[in-house]
Write a protein that binds this ligand. Structure first.
Ligand SMILES: [Zn+2]
Length: 396
């Protein structure tokens, strides 16, 4: 029937159209295994059926895996680790407990990105220096006034503040995600991260030989409507402040363009793109970013679920770009770090992530070789951040 020549599409029977459609569908992979209407699933090709029991909600459905396979839990990282992306610093009451937790995990340095600026930054650093553990805790400065109310002259003032903060012991500059996304200038418009007013600040970081860790945007799906095909539906439904899809809100791609303009414009400044620049789900794009900008490295905080669902591609990426990846965790939670060690160090299969709402899928180990692991865990951080403690690292 399909082979009949000389028939235009208008003459093809209804049955023929259906077959054509089916063929067209077969030719490319379907993006979702279930093409059926809501509350039904495909039980045979083209046949949809509703379950007899009322379906549970995705919050309640927690299937127990029957897979029996080797497990290699990794409570302690194989090599000492710099957590370049933390928001935790020690206080007189927490330092002993912190150190105990860090030692158990093999976390050698915890770098607090919430260092503040001016007096509060100085106090943070000074406290660390009064303890016996000045080689275990470091601090990044934050922009003057949190980048709010930027107007003519801000850049020069912020650069001078950064210089003072570095004198006071800051070893880098952290830019929070609000900057570029929500923070407004004095005139009420959104402050784009590539705004020329900020140029003196980025140049100062380069001159002072400190890295800038920058959190730009959010996972791509946070900028899309929470439809039933949005893989971050649950997270969007849980957290109001992660919804970035309202009309008038800045778009994901706009933020990427502005961020890349920044990287391009300041080749002598080293940038650490936090959360893998939100390209953990598209390693081809991550590779392009690294190829385009030699002054940029990527940091892995809070995107473990993206590496763990593509362990082979992630393995190859982390080997090929082994000089360009840094370890970071973001939230200091001692029970969660071992998931990172397990994904990076083992070849375990099909194991749980620590947060259902981040990723309802399972993780697999990347089985990284030792040289790549050492670079990821501490060597790259030491190169990118000269202010980190230089002694006490393993030889080689
Ligand atoms: Zn953070």
């Amino acid at each position: 029937m399909l082979g009949v020549k000389g028939f235009g599409l208008s003459l093809v029977s209804m049955a023929g159209i259906a077959t054509l459609a089916a063929l067209a569908q077969e030719a490319r992979p379907r993006t979702h295994p279930n093409p059926c209407p809501p509350r039904q699933t495909e039980v045979r090709p083209g046949r949809c059926q509703a379950p007899e029991f009322p379906p549970p909600s995705i919050v309640d459905y927690r299937p127990r895996s029957t897979l029996v396979t080797d497990e290699h839990l990794v409570p302690k990282a194989k090599f000492p680790v710099v957590d370049i992306h933390s928001h935790t610093g020690p206080t007189a009451t927490t330092i002993d407990r912190l150190l105990k937790g860090m030692d158990a995990l093999n976390l050698r340095v915890l770098n607090n990105l919430s260092g503040g600026y001016g007096n509060s930054l100085k106090q943070n650093v000074d406290f660390i220096r009064t303890t016996k553990y000045a080689d275990r805790f470091t601090v990044f400065a934050n922009g003057l006034n949190g980048f709010s109310g930027v107007e003519g002259g801000y850049g020069a003032k912020a650069a001078a503040q950064l210089e003072q903060d570095v004198k006071n012991g800051a070893i880098g500059l952290k830019v929070f995600k609000q900057t570029g996304m929500r923070t407004t200038k004095r005139d009420g418009t959104r402050l784009a991260i590539d705004d020329p007013e900020l140029d003196p600040l980025w140049d100062a970081a380069g001159r002072l030989n400190i890295p800038v860790i920058i959190h730009t945007a959010e996972p791509q799906e946070f900028f899309e409507q929470p439809t039933l095909t949005n893989e971050r539906w649950l997270e969007l439904a849980l957290f109001r402040d992660r919804r970035n899809y309202d009309p008038g809100q800045v778009k994901f791609e706009t933020l990427m363009t502005e961020r890349n303009n920044l990287f391009r414009k300041h080749p002598k400044t080293r940038f650490i793109a936090a959360h893998f620049g939100w390209h953990g789900n598209d390693l081809g794009r991550a590779a392009k970013l690294l190829e385009a900008f030699p002054n940029v490295v990527l940091e892995v905080a809070a995107v473990l679920y993206d590496f763990g669902r593509q362990p082979r591609a992630a393995h190859d990426f982390f080997v090929k770009y082994q000089d360009r990846v840094l370890f970071g965790k973001d939230s200091y939670e001692t029970t969660e770090y071992p998931y990172y060690w397990r994904v990076f160090e083992t070849k375990d299969e099909y194991f749980d992530y620590y947060r259902d709402y981040h990723a309802f899928w399972k993780l697999y180990g990347m089985d990284l070789p030792d040289p790549a692991l050492r670079k990821l865990y501490y060597q790259n951080a030491l190169r990118v951040t000269p202010g980190l403690p230089r002694s006490g690292w393993p030889a080689g």
